[in-house]
Write a protein that binds this ligand. Structure first.
Ligand code: ASP
Length: 329
């Protein structure tokens, strides 16, 4: 019997440490712990890793401080367009959705694509139509609206930039002060991380692996922009060696094919999960990408490397059943 293990992330590139309040940090920890509990409950009962990662990601999607589902960032047109992917390492099957609107839990829709179609990725109108056919729960625009994301969009528009959900160096204004600081960012009640794509990876009692990732993408992104999250191999991947979920500047994770890169390094170089993941992040740094990943192998080993200032993250392994939650390095 394998050692069960679960790791989750709520985005790489956190609120600057200097701007994090005790209250806000507690809120983030609360969100991460709830997701770990949701996923762990499945694994502990002997359930499959696929159900565990779905349960953990649904919990993170429902938590408004993270950039996925409720709390997703806004596009330049003030819409929420979301991407998500799920992959089952045992059967090497995957499902993903991109550019979907008003779907309450995009990860559930991604799973339907995997299980009910012959395709892997559905996007836009087609994905929304499929959601309706599958009876997937939708929600009105107001459900996805969070004030901190809206203010974030106004800042990004004012600065003329497309903003990652993790900006460690806020752009300086003419007065040499960040726009966000001027606006008293983040608002005390709403949190206001610049990032928060969410993901989960798990190993179940049979040693089967699964990965899931869900995101609102980047603030002020172009209409139709799709990131790494729903692209199998870039932001999400699982096979018989490891399961990986990434977060960070998606374009670089696409260029590095980062999620698959961890598995490829393990397979071709016959190195450990930890070494492979470390090399993948080193490669990301080489190509100027910023972010991190969470990964698990069939022995229940977990690793969570990143090159950003922080990454909202947590894990539990069957070694000690201890829940570990961290934000900064
Ligand atoms: N990787 C996501 C994207 O580029 C963003 C993030 O991880 O925060 O869409």
């Amino acid at each position: 019997m394998a050692k069960i293990a679960l790791a989750i992330h709520g985005g790489a590139g956190t609120i600057l440490r200097s701007q994090m309040t005790e209250e806000l940090e507690l809120e983030y920890r609360r969100g991460l712990e709830a997701a770990l509990k949701a996923g762990w409950a499945v694994l502990e009962k002997g359930g499959p890793s696929l159900d565990a990662v779905e349960a953990a990601v649904v919990s993170l999607e429902d938590f408004p401080l993270f950039n996925s589902g409720r709390g997703a960032v806004f596009t330049s047109e003030g819409k929420n367009e979301m991407d998500a992917a799920i992959m089952d390492g045992k059967s090497l099957s995957a499902g993903a959705v991109a550019f979907v609107r008003n779907v309450r839990n995009p990860i559930r829709l991604a799973r339907k694509v995997m299980e009910k179609t012959e395709h892997i990725l559905l996007a836009g109108e087609g994905a929304n139509q499929f959601a309706a056919e599958m009876g997937i729960e939708t929600a009105p625009d107001e459900y996805f609206f969070t004030e901190h994301r809206w203010l974030q969009l106004q800042d990004a528009i004012a600065d003329g930039r497309v903003q990652l959900d993790h900006v460690s160096e806020p752009a300086a204004s003419a007065a040499g002060q960040s726009v966000r600081t001027k606006r008293n960012w983040p608002p005390a009640n709403a949190g206001g991380s610049d990032l928060g794509t969410v993901g989960a990876v798990a190993c179940d009692k049979n040693g089967s692996l699964a990965a899931a990732t869900s995101t609102g993408g980047m603030t002020n992104k172009k209409f139709g922009r799709i990131g790494d999250t729903p692209l199998i191999g870039a932001g999400t991947y699982a096979d018989d060696l490891c399961a990986v979920s990434c977060t960070g500047h998606g374009e670089y994770f696409m260029l590095g094919v980062s999620a698959y890169d961890v598995s490829a390094r393990m397979r071709y170089k016959e190195i450990s999960l930890e070494d492979a993941a470390r090399e993948t992040i080193a490669r990301l740094t080489e190509i100027s990408g910023e972010g991190g990943l969470i990964a698990v192998d069939t022995h229940g080993n977990v690793t969570l490397p990143f090159n950003s200032e922080g990454m909202y993250r947590g894990h539990i392994t069957g070694n000690d059943n201890l829940m570990v939650v961290d934000i900064y390095s």
